[in-house]
Unconditional design. Structure first.
Lengths: 794, 313
């Protein structure tokens, strides 16, 4: 696959080298302009203030075009900057002013100048006004106790903007800002300020106009800058490139794109604007192959563009996606380490008829990831076994084997079912796209937090064992479910665990509901302008303007830990009676020190991931029950949703949980996603896949995440590509939703931990995303190292 | 219900026949090939082995051994088992809390093994895989293997085997017709050398292979030769092997497996001497060079080196 090196790769390599060599820095320019914009517009409705301040950012922010770039744009003033959404969460930086430059997870260098701006401009204005401060006051007390003991994680959405959505990129490309404004004008003309409620709608639509002006102004400024640079350069080739950039930015995103180049540039400038509006992860460009293909096809047919030129543009876009760094607070960064912006792009799947949607651009996207090998964008594949060709699957398998962790493989039929389980018709479900990590989304239509909160299944087991007490903190963290020494049957014990889990879930739901209300005033006109229904209704995305408003996604972490703990207690205490509950509790309290016999009993109990019949049945029962329970809740927007995606949260959650009956020692990471506990799967990848299929995955409609690691020998076997294809088809037959593959051998990882300097740019799949291994914290590194290596399919 | 001593069952293997396969390893073998990489398959009984990396030196095993077969090495601090004294009572493995003393072999019924095979059905479908019986020596367990293979065929599962074809033809005759394809080892053509290096004559093996050729599925035979320096890697032996295969009508492949040392660890864990302890592994290039003598002629079967077909044949 690497056989022929295209001439344009020299440019791509230079662009890439610059990204890799650039240190992530805090970037407060946008925040300062936003603050001034709010000050200038005091008295206006929030959505107007937000739009006004955004337009001011577009007009005043630094506009930079770097050497070699063909696609331009940047949300901040620095190439690898972390933005702070001051209106949402200015104070998270306050807490870390002295440590942000050196913290273990995702440090950002903070310049003295930015620090001064923060202290003199940002803090004085925003104190008491941010969403985060409101959240800290309003967070339900019982939920806060669980949060502080590490049994739930519920702060994520208060410490950054919306994200976790798929804007209507196709609208920007096809209609342009002018098309959107025409839509705004049509709706505005029907409104009457004397009709109750219309003033609010008119205000919203005026805000959209302000934001739209800002986007066009920003594009013009890039055109100006390109012309300026063209005038300075002596290099004729570069001068021509810059003139073309200028011409492109004069046209898009203001007007409908006419070419592949314009489509790409238009979508990327809009992407920058989304991030300027609210710094957040998971603004997902989605199904690029579907909406770019018509432009590609027309350009190539007309002789305006060669396939290689198109590939080069796409790869320039890929590099641009890697520049922005996600700023988040130190705790949240532990839950998703590696500066991940989670910009998920997707290829494959089916079209609106439910038929094969693979086209030339689908292959080009896979090739772009193979060529560029940076940590963004997150490339996902929707593979539809019935409709997509084997040629596509073969390309997917070949790129997986390169070991970048991409693409994330999604079983298309399950994705469609997940969307339908949210109450959305099949025809629209055909157009789903993976979002952020492995969540399911619909471009320009769906509103919710796809991963609002996490609950800790390991902690639930601990609380069932300790009657609601946290081992680490010694406090009553949760409800009392009884002293397990008094449980006469296994069923009583399992019931206690279930009640503890339900309590965690319920507290996540409670937090979600409170957060929904707080976020009603967190308007986002830039995002919502590409949700057609927002314009139709005259209602912002935040307040429920989207076509499908759903309850937020709540994620389980520690699947294998709870299953393995339950089965171990069942065997040891109730069936084999090889130890009493009393003895087991003593052993766990001592983290097994001095209890080698009990440790062996725990280790020898059956384990999730080995396709064991009894474990499988337990898994199916428990996770059907959890899906039922989550579906019993409804928010002001819709039915609450479940997911099982840890990002990297299994590590910090693990640090809050003592030893478990599964044999896992205290404070170690929990299992990630639906993967087995580290080192307990002994029967190969097939058995892992079979085991996970006992979770009713389609009902966890915000996605389920499976990490599989293949060792490097996997790449060398002559039949390995074909067998990997067969394996992926088997995955689809089993109705498993997702799998992602790490293909780096353990020795390399260990060496990279010790000698990071020798492994710059080495990518690993963390969980739902790819990051530079050397930029991850030590515990996450250890977790990745210890995920057992599968070499069977070699 | 029939029972057999199963060494292990491997799932989703791609190196043991067509597609992804479940490989059932039987325990027990009448041959003692000097280069054998699975010494744990030699004996039909359950037996103990030792993983010293896991040993804490707690001496629980020493305390329970009824024969005094265990001791601690004063030099290394590791446990040492004297095979001459050990009667494989497995008390030490029961006593070990750290997974250092472990046991090879599990007695299983046809139903139990069948359950393990059925679990992998979804992988057989897409890959064209199925079950592969391996050893040890499958034919030591002919009754069991026959019943298991029939059950597989009843369930529409493809069947293959790795056979040494030692022993009476009657055993092989019951198994071969049940297989879609099988691997047959032809280790050495010279009988005297075969006896020296494997402990048994090859006369019966070669005869069984000729008879198998008359009752097997078309093209079912894949002959395997483990290539060992100074044992069977001479041109004469290789040519004779190829000619022998060419004389059979159902040999579809002659597969050469260069000597590897992945089994050395197993000998140490069993406290058993390894005849080729000092023999370095054979790299692919060296093996390819030795096979040059076979590439002058066109053979009616594929010539495969380490999983890859040799070009120009």
């Amino acid at each position: 696959m690497q056989a022929e090196r295209k001439p344009f790769m020299d440019r791509i390599d230079r662009l890439k080298a610059r990204v890799l060599a650039t240190r992530p820095e805090m970037d407060l320019e946008d925040a300062v302009i936003l603050t001034r914009g709010f000050q200038e517009s005091e008295g206006e409705m929030h959505v107007i203030q937000k739009a006004y301040a955004f337009r001011k950012q577009c007009r005043e922010k630094s506009v930079k075009i770097w050497d070699d770039e063909l696609i331009v744009g940047n949300a901040g003033s620095k190439q690898r900057g972390g933005l702070l959404s001051v209106d949402t969460c200015w104070s998270v930086l306050e807490e870390e002013l002295d440590t942000i430059s050196t913290r273990p997870y995702d440090p950002f260098y903070l310049t003295d100048e930015d620090r001064k701006a923060f202290e003199e401009i940002i803090r004085p204005y925003w104190k008491g006004r941010s969403t985060y401060e409101k959240w800290l006051v309003q967070c339900p007390k019982e939920a806060a106790i669980l949060r502080d003991c590490g049994a739930v994680y519920i702060n994520r959405k208060a410490v950054r903007g919306f994200g976790e959505t798929t804007a209507g990129y196709e609208t920007i490309i096809k209609d342009g800002i002018e098309g959107i404004l025409a839509h705004v004008d049509r709706v505005y003309a029907t409104l009457d300020i004397t009709v109750a409620g219309d003033y609010e709608k008119m205000t919203y639509l005026r805000a959209v106009r302000l934001a739209a002006e800002g986007i066009c102004d920003l594009a013009d400024r890039y055109a100006d800058e390109a012309e300026r640079l063209a005038g300075l350069t002596e290099d004729a080739a570069r001068k021509a490139e810059l003139m073309q950039i200028a011409e492109t930015c004069r046209w898009v995103p203001r007007k409908p794109a006419r070419t592949f180049r314009e489509a790409i540039q238009g979508l990327f400038l809009y992407q920058c604007c989304l991030i300027m509006e609210q710094n957040a992860a998971s603004y997902n460009p989605g199904r690029l192959d579907q909406y770019l293909y018509p432009f590609y096809k027309a350009d190539v047919a007309a002789g305006r563009l060669t396939p290689d030129e198109a590939q080069e543009l796409l790869e320039c876009l890929w590099v641009k996606f890697s520049e922005q760094c996600l700023f988040q607070d130190a705790v949240t960064a532990q839950f998703s380490a590696g500066y991940p912006m989670f910009q998920n792009v997707c290829c494959g799947g089916v079209d609106s008829r439910g038929m094969d949607a693979v086209n030339d651009v689908s292959y080009m996207m896979l090739q772009a990831t193979a060529d560029v090998q940076l940590y963004q964008p997150s490339l996902s594949v929707r593979y539809n076994m019935a409709k997509n060709p084997d040629r596509f699957l073969k390309k997917v398998a070949e790129v997986i084997k390169l070991g970048t962790g991409f693409p994330a493989f999604h079983n298309d039929d399950v994705g469609i079912e997940m969307i339908m389980n949210k109450g959305i018709p099949m025809k629209e479900a055909f157009d789903w796209n993976p979002c952020g990590c492995v969540e399911t989304n619909l471009a320009g239509k769906q509103r919710c937090y796809t991963a609002y909160a996490d609950y800790n299944l390991g902690a639930a087991v601990e609380y069932a064992l300790l009657n609601g007490k946290s081992r680490k903190y010694g406090v009553q963290a949760s409800i009392q479910t009884g002293d397990p020494r008094t449980f006469a049957t296994y069923e009583q014990f399992e019931q206690a665990v279930r009640e503890q889990i339900m309590w965690e879930m319920k507290m996540c739901v409670a937090s979600s509901h409170v957060n929904d209300d707080i976020c009603m005033e967190r308007t986002c006109p830039v995002l919502s302008m590409t949700f057609a229904d927002c314009i139709d209704k005259g209602m912002d995305y935040a307040t429920g303007g989207a076509k499908y408003n759903l309850g937020n996604g709540i994620d389980a972490i520690g699947v294998a830990d709870v299953v393995n703990s339950l089965i171990a207690v069942k065997k040891i205490v109730y069936e084999d009676k090889t130890a009493t509950m009393e003895e087991l509790l003593a052993a766990l309290d001592a983290d097994f020190a001095g209890y080698d016999r009990i440790k062996k009993l725990c280790d020898d109990a059956p384990k999730y991931g080995n396709d064991d019949d009894e474990v499988n049945e337990l898994t199916a029962d428990l996770f059907s029950f959890l899906a039922d329970y989550m579906e019993s809740f409804t928010s002001r927007f819709g039915k609450m949703q479940s997911g099982i995606l840890p990002v990297s949260g299994n590590t910090p959650f693990g640090m809050e949980v003592g030893a478990l009956p599964s044999g896992r020692r205290a404070w170690k990471p929990l299992a990630d996603g639906i993967s087995p506990n580290q080192g307990t799967d002994t029967e190969g990848m097939g058995a892992v896949l079979k085991s996970t299929a006992f979770i009713p995955q389609a009902r966890f409609d915000q996605g389920t995440l499976l990490n599989l690691k293949l060792d490097t020998s996997f790449r060398e076997r002559p039949n390995s590509t074909r067998e990997l294809m067969n394996f992926l088809k088997s995955l689809c037959s089993l109705h498993v939703f997702h799998a992602q593959f790490n293909v780096i051998d353990t020795e390399t990882l260990i060496d990279a931990k010790v000698h990071p300097e020798d492994h710059d740019g080495m990518l690993v799949r963390v969980a739902g995303y790819t990051a530079y291994f050397t930029e991850l914290g030590g515990e996450v590194q250890d977790d990745i190292i210890s995920r057992s290596s599968h070499s069977k399919i070699d | 219900m029939k029972k057999a001593m199963i060494l292990r069952i491997e799932h989703t293997s791609i190196s043991d026949g067509e597609g992804m396969r479940t490989v059932v390893f039987f325990k027990g073998c009448p041959l003692r090939c000097a280069w054998c990489s699975t010494p744990e398959s030699h004996n039909t009984c359950r037996e103990v082995y030792y993983k010293k990396e896991r040993c804490t030196g707690c001496r629980r095993c020493l305390a329970v051994c009824p024969r005094g077969a265990l001791s601690i090495s004063p030099e290394t601090g590791a446990m040492v088992r004297d095979p001459a004294k050990c009667v494989q009572c497995l008390a030490c493995a029961d006593a070990c809390l750290y997974g250092a003393m472990r046991v090879y072999g599990r007695e299983m019924t046809v139903r139990q093994v069948m359950r393990e095979i059925e679990k992998d059905a979804v992988f057989y479908f897409h890959s064209g895989g199925g079950v592969t019986l391996s050893g040890g020596d499958v034919l030591l367990w002919t009754d069991f293997a026959e019943e298991l293979l029939k059950e597989c065929l009843d369930s529409g599962i493809d069947t293959a085997a790795e056979l040494d074809l030692f022993g009476p033809w009657e055993n092989a005759a019951r198994i071969i017709p049940l297989l879609s394809h099988f691997f047959a080892d032809v280790k050495l053509m010279d009988e005297e050398k075969h006896r020296r290096w494997t402990g048994q004559s090859n006369a019966g093996i070669l005869e069984n292979l000729q008879r198998a050729d008359t009752v097997c599925a078309p093209g079912a035979i894949r002959v395997r030769v483990p290539l060992i320096r100074g044992v069977n890697d001479d041109a004469e032996n290789l040519q004779k092997t190829a000619e022998f295969c060419a004389g059979l009508k159902n040999v579809s492949a002659l597969e050469i497996l260069p000597y590897h040392r992945l089994g050395t660890h197993a000998y140490e864990q069993l406290f058993r001497p390894y005849a080729l302890a000092d023999e370095p592994r054979m790299l692919r290039d060296e093996a390819a060079e030795k096979l040059a003598c076979l590439r002058e002629r066109h053979w009616p079967f594929a010539l495969i080196l380490d999983g890859e077909e040799l070009a120009g044949n």
